[in-house]
Design a protein around this ligand. Structure first.
Ligand code: PMV
Length: 316
């Protein structure tokens, strides 16, 4: 097949889970949002059949590798993505600029996969590309997170807020009626392996199934109450729900001293609510802000404590 273009770009969003991580794996409802500009991929054909990926963040090279089904997760993910586009006879020079911290629970792997898949889909136009992109990202995420609920790629492929249930069948609803609100995000510690964190919760859940059934039901209810609070712009109630979900994640054993500390710092700086986001064991915390100026103050306060932080506006 002769490709119509020599070079294409693709964008993938990062993601942030607002409510429901972990419980979403065993069927509870969850709320997540895409984070724009998670990853930007530029894919060029090379004269030879060799493919190389350069992964950068802030113009610093994080990794340089070639696709290999026997290699590490990144190599395998790259090989899988390319295989979905029936273009194995071509070689590619792929550059991915990552704008979210890798391995911190902000969906860097799904953003990277989405960005590359979209660029390959532009190089190889086909009617089946929307579904091919989804399948490629799903397969790539399966390599990074063995028991993934699918929420990462749903948020990364979507735009804005989503309501998600794993199913089967998975149900992902884009929420268009939520007024904008601002959150600050900080990386409290290096991220832990999602698979390890999910396995830890799975074994604790196996010992206390009824307690965990109640937790899942509570979290599903929190999600519906949070939606109502978002719709009515009731930040106080929303904050209480955010704090409550953090408490439930502590009960599941996935918070750490750093994550709790970052939450306390934000609450003491006036945030109505703060919680860990993603698999826990490290990684990130988000905090509700009253407005962008308050979010900027939360970012400064975290930075004074040595954390990297930024803020963003969430909207349906
Ligand atoms: O990989 P992370 O940190 O974004 O966590 C994913 C969220 C979990 O609920 C823990 C796992 C999943 O697949 O939903």
């Amino acid at each position: 097949m002769t490709p119509p273009a020599d070079r294409a770009t693709g964008q993938g969003s990062g993601k942030l889970i607002l409510f429901g991580e972990h419980a979403v794996v065993w069927g509870a409802r969850a709320l997540a949002t895409s984070l724009p500009d998670g990853a930007l991929a530029t894919v060029r054909h090379t004269p030879d059949a060799a493919t190389r990926l350069t992964l950068l963040r802030d113009n610093q090279t994080l990794a340089q590798l070639a696709p290999d089904l026997q290699g590490g997760p990144l190599e395998q993910a790259l090989a899988t993505l390319i295989a979905h586009f029936e273009c194995a006879e071509h070689g590619f020079d792929i550059r991915v600029d990552l704008n979210v911290p890798p391995g911190a629970g902000l969906g860097s792997s799904a953003a990277l996969a989405t960005a590359i898949a979209r660029a390959l889909a532009t190089l190889y136009p086909s009617e089946s590309n929307p579904r091919r992109i989804e399948r490629a990202v799903e397969a790539s995420e399966g390599i990074f997170h063995s028991s993934a609920s699918g929420i990462d790629q749903a948020a990364s492929l979507g735009q804005g807020l989503i309501h998600f249930e794993k199913g089967p069948p998975a149900r992902c609803t884009a929420l268009h009626d939520i007024p904008a609100f601002t959150i600050a995000i900080c990386q409290a510690a290096p991220g832990a392996s999602t698979a390890t964190m999910v396995q830890g919760v799975t074994s604790r859940r196996a010992k206390a199934p009824e307690r965990y059934r109640q937790l899942a039901s509570m979290i599903s209810d929190l999600v519906e109450d949070a939606l109502e609070a978002m719709r009515t712009q009731d930040l106080t109630t929303l904050g209480e729900l955010v704090n409550f979900n953090h408490g439930l994640l502590c009960a599941m054993g996935v918070s750490t001293h750093s994550l709790d500390h970052a939450c306390h710092i934000a609450r003491e700086a006036g945030s109505p609510g703060a919680k860990l986001t993603g698999a826990g064991g490290g990684g990130c915390v988000y905090a509700l802000a009253h407005d962008p100026a308050h979010a900027q103050r939360l970012v400064h306060t975290w930075q004074e404590h040595g954390f990297q932080a930024f803020f963003t506006t969430i909207a349906g």
